[in-house]
Design a protein around this ligand. Structure first.
Ligand code: DGT
Ligand code: MG
Length: 549
């Protein structure tokens, strides 16, 4: 059952305690000792641990929560902005310890710290584990995994202390040789605790789960299929023959599920990149009128377009998901999806026009009608929209292109401004990290862009539209018309007066050329104006942006 070659990695799973509630308590510390619930519609999506002592649980109805805790303070948590930003900060902080950080939803991260452990192992004498240890440890493996995981638990403690000190968050962690065991371990002792599971205790850990439905990644539908064959306990799943599992689940799925039930998981920690899809969905009381469906979808689309705009890429595919209510068998009221390609030109403008929005709504309604026959009676209890297959926005202007790289950084450092010193990664990763959460999106790790050295507090994003950068054509035209020829490619371009020379030298040559031309253009224009008006006028240009004030 237990192959020592599978013990080589050290994985940490980090989960933030009562995530949305903690963010709200950080924003408003007076909530700290009060029972707090985070409300989305009529549901408490999470509660702080004070409220949990009263029995207020995740996904409880507001009315039920109030019955058991009359003092419950409710904060609306429908705007995910602050949660997303805190989530990015956590991931940025974790990347100090490994490049291999994988996000799962907004509040979970996997870290593969195998390399860090290897580096530290030599410099360590005897190693003590930190936090809780799961299971019977009288027969531990001697392949070296025990020391590695103990060291991993020290690193996990260090990481959690740092998250606490720098971001004010308490977290739980699981330390194990694979992602599955680390994730289950993490949930074993909560809140603000960590748990280590040695490979020989993995089997025992799986058996400690209440039912197969609690096995991560097994999935709701698989759990239902297994339940139809009276397989509900993990032990029953472990003892079911692989042939029967194949009959129930199909060949590949059967093997995957069998491995999960035994605690085997070779899946790597994948560096999160930008999400492959961005979507949102809303469950609702049964809707049976087409007009109401369209209205609901329009609301969803508006929210989704905000997320897509934040992401910055252009989607090529649109998908709708619908759940129909089947009154004869509510368990089988499954979801159905339809998708189609959409024109990227719909996203040409900075802000989507109403005309384009209406075009999208028409497409969405066509897709909807492919799933639901609106001429017959229908009851819809969930609607979802998502965009997939993204392409990067084309950059037309070389200067804008150069700036946009820094703007991307700016958008991330904005939220990290106050925390940048605490979370500046020791290794600057070139890969952007991501999320597979529907709400999610991410940008690159904060790093010091060239423009930060300009020492200006002006906001690049807002200034971009003000910049009067000459187009390439215009530069060529200026060159032709200019009496001062540009230095050839082998020579340095002169730094315009009053521009910080050090910064100027760091800019790409094309940008230096644009700046130089811009300066000369301004100078020529000023000269003409001076001669015409007899006084100096002010022009709006990138030069002014660069000039020391
Ligand atoms: P924990 O980890 O048990 O201390 O508590 P949380 O609140 O961190 O719960 P978790 O890790 O399952 O989920 C992270 C956040 O995601 C949570 O703060 C609120 C949100 N969330 C969780 N479950 C749901 C859900 O069913 N619906 C919605 N809309 N949000 C949810
Ligand atoms: Mg959590």
């Amino acid at each position: 059952m237990n192959n020592v070659n599978d013990h080589l990695r050290t994985i940490i799973h980090v989960d933030i305690d009562c995530f949305y509630a903690q963010v709200e308590m950080i924003k408003n510390p007076s909530l700290m000792n009060l029972p707090l619930g985070i409300q989305q519609k009529n549901i408490v999506v999470t509660s702080n641990y004070v409220a949990r002592q009263y029995g207020v649980q995740k996904c409880m109805k507001i009315s039920d929560a109030r019955k058991i805790c009359s003092d419950l303070v409710l904060v609306n948590g429908e705007d995910l902005h602050d949660y997303r930003q805190m989530s990015y900060n956590v991931t940025a902080c974790l990347r100090n310890y490994s490049d291999l950080v994988e996000r799962l939803g907004l509040d979970e991260n996997f870290l593969d710290i195998t390399h860090l452990v290897k580096e530290k192992l030599h410099s360590n004498g005897s190693i003590n584990s930190f936090g809780n240890v799961f299971g019977d440890t009288s027969m531990l493996c001697d392949c070296g995994c025990t020391e590695r995981l103990k060291l991993g638990s020290q690193i996990a403690q260090e990481i959690r202390d740092r998250l606490r000190n720098e971001l004010g968050l308490t977290t739980c962690a699981g330390i194990a040789h694979n992602k599955l065991i680390a994730k289950i371990a993490c949930s074993k002792n909560k809140p603000n605790k960590q748990t280590i599971v040695f490979p020989n205790c993995a089997y025992e850990l799986l058996l400690s789960l209440e039912s197969v439905a609690n096995i991560p990644w097994l999935g709701h539908v698989t759990a239902q299929l297994l339940a139809q064959h009276n397989i509900t306990k993990v032990e029953e799943l472990q003892n079911t023959s692989i042939d029967l599992l194949k009959t129930i689940l199909g060949c590949d799925r059967a093997k995957f599920v069998r491995d999960l039930s035994l605690g085997n998981d070779l899946s790597p920690v994948k560096i999160s990149g930008k999400p492959q899809s961005i979507g949102i969905e809303d469950s609702c009381k049964a809707i049976s009128i087409e007009k109401e469906i369209e209205e609901k979808l329009r609301q969803l689309l508006n929210r989704l377009l905000v997320l897509v705009a934040e992401d910055g890429r252009i989607p090529k595919t649109l998908k709708i998901t619908v759940r129909k209510y089947d009154k004869h068998n509510s368990h089988l009221s499954g979801r159905e999806s339809r998708q189609c390609n959409i024109s990227t030109s719909l996203f040409n403008n900075l802000k989507m026009t109403e005309v384009n929005k209406n075009k999208l709504i028409s497409i969405i309604m066509i897709l909807f009608k492919k799933i639901v026959d609106t001429k017959k009676t229908f009851h819809i209890t969930l609607l979802g929209l998502s965009f997939t297959k993204f392409v990067e926005k084309p950059n037309t202007n070389i200067l804008k292109k150069f700036l946009s790289r820094n703007i991307e950084v700016q958008s991330v450092t904005d939220f990290a401004n106050t925390r940048e010193e605490c979370c500046t990664p020791t290794k600057v990763a070139s890969t952007s990290y991501v999320l597979d959460s529907p709400e999610f999106e991410l940008g690159p790790i904060p790093k010091r862009g060239k423009f930060q050295k300009l020492g200006t507090k002006r906001n690049l994003t807002n200034d971009l539209d003000d910049i009067e950068a000459p187009s390439k054509l215009k530069v060529a035209e200026l060159r032709l018309n200019s009496s001062d020829s540009l230095p050839d490619t082998n020579h340095n371009i002169s730094c315009p007066p009053n521009v910080n020379e050090e910064v100027f030298r760091e800019l790409p040559r094309e940008v230096q050329v644009e700046l130089w031309e811009n300066y000369r253009q301004t100078k020529d224009r000023d000269k003409q104006l001076i001669s015409r008006l007899g006084k100096r006028t002010k022009t709006n240009s990138i030069l002014h942006y660069m000039i020391h004030k």
